[in-house]
Design a protein around this ligand. Structure first.
Ligand code: SF4
Length: 647
């Protein structure tokens, strides 16, 4: 039975005193997060916390608990009645902590004062251990991007190893993958019911959307007697043959996209079972979620500014999902390719609230999402039988529909909200979609770029772009022409900021040089170049691990640090060039160095994590140090991590 919604507090409680002030004697749900608490819908834990409160569940939040010694921070508000939800935060903690060259970062945009060190490596595992120590027997649900992308066997760049599902290292009850509003609410309702009626957690897991959990093989037919089962290659089979990670990843992409099957991966003597992700939130429910009274501020207990909070203060997130399916991006497996959009009315109401928020200076810094101009996009075909890994490449699918003019109408309407002086689109634009309606693109260029348009051609080689599942380079060239023409019409000096990538699987030093020559020929020196990081769960990580393209053909992989640095230095700054120079002739420290084109050696299976040693704060870091990309801070869960703002 549905519970009565609770009055929304100014902030979710973080202490026992704050619970007392609300008259809450005990929590129903405790959320533990690796980010500082910023009460803004771009942050997953606060959003889910307010969502649960809106459905009658008293929810408290522990942000960045200390993890050494006892579990006092996690235990501070007492044992919750139903379960604890654990997230590493808006980024995978390893990505947040280490650069593309595995150097330790010195800052963290999600932490007061922007300082690194407030959360552990592999935070989902470490926090789950803390919760189990504080509250033995309490169900623990992992969520957020770290757990979501590590829900089955995955390649882990930072240990250069295949790791099994995070479920096992964390000893968690389940993972709620993707955007977890429906899953977390169903879990709360299910456990609530069990309290009254009796029964086991295992009795409700099968009914949760977007859940991953472990079963004994003999339990499968009993729990899922009628299920249409998609069997992924076993963890051990992938260890024996890295190419099978490609098979597993492509199957998992289809599992999320088609949303109809139960997926199962054998792992040791267990099965990792994944329920379909579910229908996702309807537009009306999404509107209701964003209408909750977020203060848009950091919790008042923080004395130092939180960089990520400053970056998102003036932004409006208008949709979820990305139809692109780029092979390096985590979005396809996390949010999925189906676009879920808020209504224009909901966006305008939030813009009006933004005007009243403390510190608002009249500028809406972003109206966007994973890819700004996909707002309102939808599939007119049958997604449940769709076999394509992308709606947009190699060509835009005839069933994909999006109205670019409606998006620009929305921008114009936001600009008309009293108190709003400027509106910008800081999220990346999908160039192929924008070019499908040059009239709308012209309106965008003339009024909403803020002088700079961030787009992501990613590379100049069509061969590499195909491996990335990106459109050919000619699309970028066409976009440039329209951009220049329309900027001229507006009488504005405006710039395109192209985001590019080095060291992608299949990319050679020669490919990088040709790209640099193209830009140099235009008198252009791009400075937004990111060295490829194989992120857990992505198709590109599977290629990197297997040493082949997605069809199984051998591929050059720049996997040695020296080669990665050399590629990066071609378009990088002086620092990269210096480092690349220094690396010449030095032995690569990585265990799997191989000659270009040589088959990939088998990578080792990852050992179980030992908290507090290799990965704990006291232990030696497993890589070197470096700086974070704070551009990522503004994006939260809304786009693929470890990459630039462009789609
Ligand atoms: S049918 Fe086309 S538009 Fe629909 S999901 Fe498949 S690729 Fe995308």
């Amino acid at each position: 039975m549905a519970r009565t919604p609770l009055t929304q507090p100014d902030f979710l409680p973080m202490t026992r005193a704050e619970m007392d002030a609300l008259g809450w004697d005990c929590l129903d749900v405790l959320l533990v997060t690796g980010d500082a608490y910023v009460d803004h819908p771009s942050f997953g834990a606060p959003l889910l916390g307010r969502w649960l409160v809106a459905h009658g569940y008293k929810t408290g939040l522990v942000a960045q608990p200390r993890w050494e010694g006892d579990a006092a921070d996690v235990a501070a508000m007492g044992r919750p009645r139903l379960f604890a939800g654990v997230t590493a935060g808006s980024l995978d903690s390893m990505l947040a902590h280490y650069t593309a060259f595995r150097k330790k970062r010195s800052d963290d945009a999600y932490t007061p004062g922007g300082k690194a060190g407030a959360r552990p490596n592999r935070a989902a595992i470490v926090y789950a251990n803390l919760v189990r120590r504080a509250f033995p027997g309490l169900p623990v649900a992992l969520g957020g991007i770290e757990a979501s992308l590590r829900r089955v066997s995955h390649f882990d760049f930072w240990s250069n190893a295949l790791r099994r599902s995070v479920l096992y290292d964390a000893k968690a009850s389940l993972v709620l993958y993707g955007m977890a509003e429906t899953g977390i609410l169903a879990l709360a309702e299910g456990l609530d019911r069990l309290e009254d009626e009796g029964g086991l957690l295992a009795d409700i897991l099968a009914g949760l959307p977007g859940a991953a959990f472990s079963l004994k093989p003999e339990e499968l037919p009993q729990r899922f007697p009628q299920a249409d089962v998609l069997t992924l290659p076993a963890h051990e089979a992938i260890v024996a043959d890295p190419k099978r990670l490609i098979e597993a990843t492509l199957a998992l992409e289809r599992h999320v996209h088609q949303n109809k099957q139960l997926a199962v991966q054998p792992s040791g003597d267990r099965l990792t079972v994944l329920t379909p992700p579910g229908a996702g939130l309807s537009g009306k429910t999404l509107d209701a979620l964003y209408a909750l009274p977020y203060s848009r501020q950091p919790h008042p207990s923080y004395k130092l500014p939180i960089p990520a909070a400053d970056m998102i203060r003036g932004s409006l997130n208008i949709h979820r999902g990305c139809a692109g399916g780029c092979s390096f991006c985590t979005l396809a497996l996390h949010q999925g390719r189906a676009i879920r959009s808020r209504s224009a009315g909901s966006v305008l109401r939030e813009a009006a609230r933004l005007v009243d928020a403390p510190g608002f200076d009249g500028s809406v810094s972003d109206v966007g999402g994973p890819s700004a101009n996909m707002w309102g996009g939808r599939c007119r075909g049958d997604m449940t039988s769709c076999q394509r890994p992308s709606c947009l490449t190699p060509t835009i699918c005839k069933h994909f529909s999006v109205d670019q003019g409606a998006f620009v109408d929305l921008l114009e309407a936001v600009a008309e909200v009293p108190g709003v002086r400027h509106v910008r689109v800081a999220s990346g634009w999908r160039m192929d979609l924008a070019l499908a309606d040059e009239d709308a693109l012209g309106r965008m260029v003339r009024r909403f770029t803020g002088g700079q348009a961030k787009v992501a051609p990613e590379h100049q080689s069509d061969r590499v772009l195909k491996l990335m599942r990106k459109p050919p380079f000619a699309v970028f060239e066409r976009f440039l022409k329209v951009f220049e023409r329309e900027s001229g019409r507006a009488g504005k000096e405006q710039y395109v900021v192209p985001y590019l990538m080095s060291a992608f699987p299949g990319c050679t030093l020669e490919d990088m040089r040709r790209m640099a020559e193209w830009f140099a020929g235009k008198g252009w020196r791009p400075n937004q170049v990111q060295c490829f990081i194989p992120l857990p769960g992505t198709a590109a990580a599977a290629m990197y691990f297997a040493g082949t393209d997605l069809g199984g053909q051998p591929l050059f992989i720049a996997d040695a640090d020296a080669e990665r640095l050399r590629q990066h230095a071609v378009l990088g700054g002086e620092r990269e060039k210096r480092l690349a120079g220094q690396s010449k002739g030095q032995p690569d420290r990585r265990p799997d160095r191989r000659a270009p084109g040589a088959p990939a050696p088998p990578r080792r299976d990852a050992p179980p994590l030992r908290q507090g040693k290799a990965d704990g704060r006291r232990g030696r870091p497993d890589t070197r140090s470096g700086k974070p990309d704070t551009r990522r801070a503004a994006t939260g869960d809304k786009r693929g991590q470890g990459r630039k703002p462009g789609p």
